[in-house]
Write a protein that binds this ligand. Sequence first.
Ligand code: T3D
Length: 261
Amino acid sequence: MSTDTIRFEVDNGVATITLNRVATLNAFNDLMIQETIDAFKQAGRDDSVRAVILTGAGRGFSSGQDLAEFRDHKKDVSVSGHLRGGYHKLIQQMLKIEKPIIGAINGVAAGAGLGIALACDLRIAAQSAVFMLAFSKIGLIPDAGINWLLPRMIGYPRAYQMAITADKVKAQSALAWGMINEVVADEALAETAQSWGRRFASGPTLAFGLTKRAMLRAFEQDFETALEYEANIQEIAARSHDNVEGIAAFLEKRPPTFTGR
Ligand code: T3D
């Protein structure tokens, strides 16, 4: 399926959402925000989809908010309202999907484009990709979840430095800082992301989804509450077909066949 601003493909249990406004390095206009939300909703609803990849077409992952549209709609809509009605809904949708989301960062990820990259559960970057908080160049503060996500990943000093310098951070530094999971050669990015996706899609995806829920919730909990919460979530995982299958396969010394149920 293709829309005006994205491509959506499903193969081997892996949904790939490709941001596709190449002329602007995949800047988010309102339509692309909405179509990306819809694509994540569809990936969440479809039981045959067990892992999701988000990537960009052309030489950018995303350059963030479309600044031409921003200038125009600022006259009619409040920025906070625009954030709440757009990026917040997209990020909430990504957090809600209990399936691993892999960001395949093929090029520059700037502004809200970086926020959306950070909202993926895992990130693989092409060697030539760069990460930047472009906001201060246009007199804004970071948004799209960055103030919450980035300091947790790389610590406050580096996050604040990225914010106020708006310097580009290379993929290797992003890896060393803990912002991404792996760097690969540019030409290997798409296949590496698909191979991660296929691996996760054949795993115990119910448990993967519950792990996402437990870990994200734990950020907000004290330790005692987190212990209690994970015990309750483990109760759900322990009742799954995949848990029965995993134990049987171990005892029978054969590979498990997980179905995500
Ligand atoms: O209302 C709200 O929700 C507020 C939310 C705000 C969230 C934000 O994301 S604010 C931050 C917005 N993003 C930026 O400020 C980044 C702007 N872009 C750049 O700084 C540079 O383009 C890059 C560093 C990302 C890449 O530089 P480079 O030299 O590789 O490419 P370029 O030549 O600058 O860009 C290529 C084309 O894309 C160019 O168009 P042209 O000249 O070929 O017709 C450029 O204008 C266009 N483009 C790049 N970024 C944007 C864009 N067009 C619209 N909006 C963009 N964000």
